[in-house]
Structures are given as C-alpha cells and as structure tokens.
Ligand binder design. Structure first.
Ligand code: NI
Length: 405
C-alpha cells in the first residue's frame, strides 16, 4: 500500500465513525465529566489489541498504546509518537436543529471535540489493522477538559508521553475558516496564552439619591473597563499582540441603591511570555489605581491558564509535507498568523516537539465559528483527519521529522 492510499484505507471505517461521532454529538459531557464518552472510547478500543490505561486525568482520560510490528519496531531505537483527541463539550445551548443535535439542554459539542475523539478512535482502528507498517509505537491520548480544565496538563503530568517515550505529538482541530478537505498548520507560535481575570471593585454602598455619602463601584467599574482599553493600545508594543476582554460584570440589584461592590470576569491573551507578564502587571495597576482615584479599592486576580502553543518548525514542515502528500498541495495551507485562542495541547508541546493541525470543516461561506451554537464538525472531514493521523504516525515512526533544515 503506498502512503497515498491512506485516505482510501480509512473509507471502510467511515460509516461506523460517523455513527460514533453523531452519538457523541447527541450526548455531550462537560470537562472532567466525560464518563460515558470515556466508556465509549474504552469499548471501541477493546479488541483492537492495544494496551489501554483508563481512569486518568481525574477519571475520564484514556491512553492506549499500539505497538507496531514492522522490522525495527521493538528495537531500542524505535520511536513512539503521541496522537491526541479531546473529549469535552461546552455549556452552550445547541441551535443546529440537526437530527443528532444535543439531547442535553445547555450542553453541546460546539468545538467539535466529538469529532476529535472520533478521529482518534478511527486512527486506532485503522492503524491497529496496519501495525505491520509501524516501525514503533503510537500512543493515543483521549483527553478530558480541554475547555478550561487543562485536562492535557493532567495527562502529560501523569506520564502519557513517557512510556513508551514519545518523540513527537500531533493533534487535530476542526477549522471553520477552511473548506472540508483542506488542512492548515501555523508553524511556530500558533495559539495564545490564555489567562483568566477576576476583579472585585470595592466601594461604599448607600442610597441612590445620596452618592456623596457613597463610593459608587458601578461608576468605578465603568472607568476601569474604559481604562483597561489602554493597556493593549497604549502599553503593549504595537508589533506584539495581546487581548484584554471583560466578558462579565455583575453588581447592584435596584435602580435606587448604590451597591457596595461590583465583580467582573475577563480573559487575557498573549503570544509571548514577556508580553504576558507586562499585560498582567499593567491590568493590575490600571484597575487598582483607577479605583483608588475614585476613593474605592480593588481586588485583582490574574490566574495563569494555558501557555502559548508553539508548533515546532520541523514538526510543522513535516505535517505540511505529509498533508500535501495525501491531499495535494492546493488543499494544504501554511497559516501566516497565529490565533488568539487558547489550546491545552500546548502542554504536550512543552514536553515534546509536534504540531497542532487544523482540519477544514466549512461546507459554505460564513460557516458557524467554534463555540457558536450552530457549529457542527462536518462528517466529511472525519476521513481527512483519520488518514492524516495514520500517515503522520507511520511516517514519523519510519523517518522522524526528516533531514531538511
Ligand atoms: Ni476545541
């Protein structure tokens, strides 16, 4: 079988994979609650001849190892490669109207992790039939809690990449900005550090008709939000990138009462560690001093979330070449700019080189974006992802990232 035959080698599995994907889509589970999803994954892996470890990453994580049987596969120089799929859904009410739409109000697979899990299962099925082509081991990482819980960090800390020792890791993610059949990689810095922000503005409550006897935290909050707009626009070097968003604000109950405090929540994104620290400090100073100027106080908590995701240059080139080989150059794109989205595959890439690869899902113009209540991972893209996973593994185990540098 030539390398380019992988897309046809996965075709026989597609009807079953579509069934699995739609079942997962209809039964979404939130971060660290992927109990049924985890059971389904274990059921599907049973019988494939893999070494399966379950109960990882606070309970739902599953890691399965496939040992290749090609000559050299069990030698001491044999490589191992990790492939990752995330399993969790989002607290969003689905509005797709699809026959397999979420059956659980307020929960949906709006980021396509139903499909990421399915593509990884597909790769396990197909590669287990072709283990004679694998000159090493493939480690399938079914990970909980990508959406904020940092499930990837748990899996990595629990040794998912250690036994066998993985020399590379790859993950796929649906990409609504590209048509089905297309693939893209952003070499280098690809996804932002994603940190959470909590602010409590402390004033002095009182009668709405007597503001002079109060310190109005609502007015202070308005100034704080306005002042925060200057952090990125006036303090960060214009050639660097950062985002400060206040996404939630809660304060007050009645129109004629000045409340004692207001709480806000936000997110801070950056693509560089120095900029990240600069923005954190500037946000803290801006909030505290703006509140102090009005006679109030502030509590500011910035919590480090996912680190910057950096695609290894060699792994990126390898992934792009591999995709071109399978799907043809016109369908494979090197993305020029990173995303300000966060992604906990960053933890894997802090440990081993690899690449986070985008798989097109758009079937029309203005396809709904990730986390949109109308987002759905397109079934026709499943085969693309499975074939790509298979060939990435086969080729990496045989050649590594290749010589060119
Ligand atoms: Ni996602």
């Amino acid at each position: 079988m030539p390398a380019t035959a992988w897309p046809s080698a996965v075709e026989a599995d597609l009807p079953r994979l579509i069934e699995i994907r739609r079942h997962l889509h209809a039964h979404p589970e939130l971060a660290f609650e992927e109990f049924e999803t985890s059971k389904l994954v274990q059921r599907e892996l049973a019988g494939l001849g893999l070494e399966v470890r379950a109960g990882l990453a606070k309970g739902t994580g599953v890691v399965a190892v496939l040992r290749g049987t090609a000559p050299g596969a069990s030698g001491k120089d044999a490589r191992a490669v990790a492939l990752r799929g995330d399993m969790d859904a989002l607290p969003i009410h689905e509005e797709t109207g699809l026959p397999y739409a979420s059956t659980i109000p307020g929960k949906m697979h709006a980021c396509g992790h139903d499909a990421h899990t399915t593509m990884l299962l597909g790769a396990a099925r197909v590669l287990s039939r072709h283990r004679d082509r694998l000159q090493g081991s493939v480690v399938f990482c079914f990970q909980p809690a990508e959406e904020g819980g940092g499930g990837g960090r748990y899996l990595v800390d629990e040794g998912a990449l250690d036994d066998p020792a993985c020399a590379a890791a790859f993950a796929l993610h649906g990409f609504p900005n590209l048509p089905v059949g297309h693939v893209a990689v952003k070499p280098g810095v690809a996804q932002a550090a994603s940190d959470s922000l909590r602010i409590k503005v402390l004033g002095v409550g009182g009668h709405g008709a007597a503001p002079h006897k109060s310190v109005d935290p609502i007015v202070l909050s308005a100034r704080v939000i306005e002042a925060l707009q200057g952090v990125v626009s006036r303090e960060v070097n214009p050639v660097d990138s950062a985002v400060v968003t206040v996404g939630a604000i809660h304060g007050g109950e009645a129109g004629n009462v000045i409340p004692p405090s207001v709480e806000m929540k936000g997110t801070i994104r950056s693509l560089d560690e120095a900029v990240r620290r600069q923005v954190h400090a500037a946000v803290k100073r801006t909030v505290e001093l703006t509140c102090a100027a009005g006679g109030g106080k502030a509590e500011v908590l910035v919590h480090d979330g996912y680190p910057v995701l950096t695609n290894d240059p060699g792994a990126s080139r390898f992934a792009l070449e591999t995709a071109r080989e399978l799907f043809g150059a016109p369908k494979v794109h090197e993305l020029p700019v990173p995303s300000m989205g966060g992604e906990d595959f960053a933890y894997y890439l802090q440990k081993v080189p690899g690449a986070f690869i985008r798989v097109g899902v758009a079937t029309r113009e203005a396809y709904p974006g990730l986390h949109h209540p109308a987002y759905d991972f397109t079934d026709a893209a499943l085969g693309v992802g499975v074939a790509l996973f298979c060939r990435l593994a086969e080729r990496f185990l045989a050649e590594g990232f290749g010589e060119a540098d």
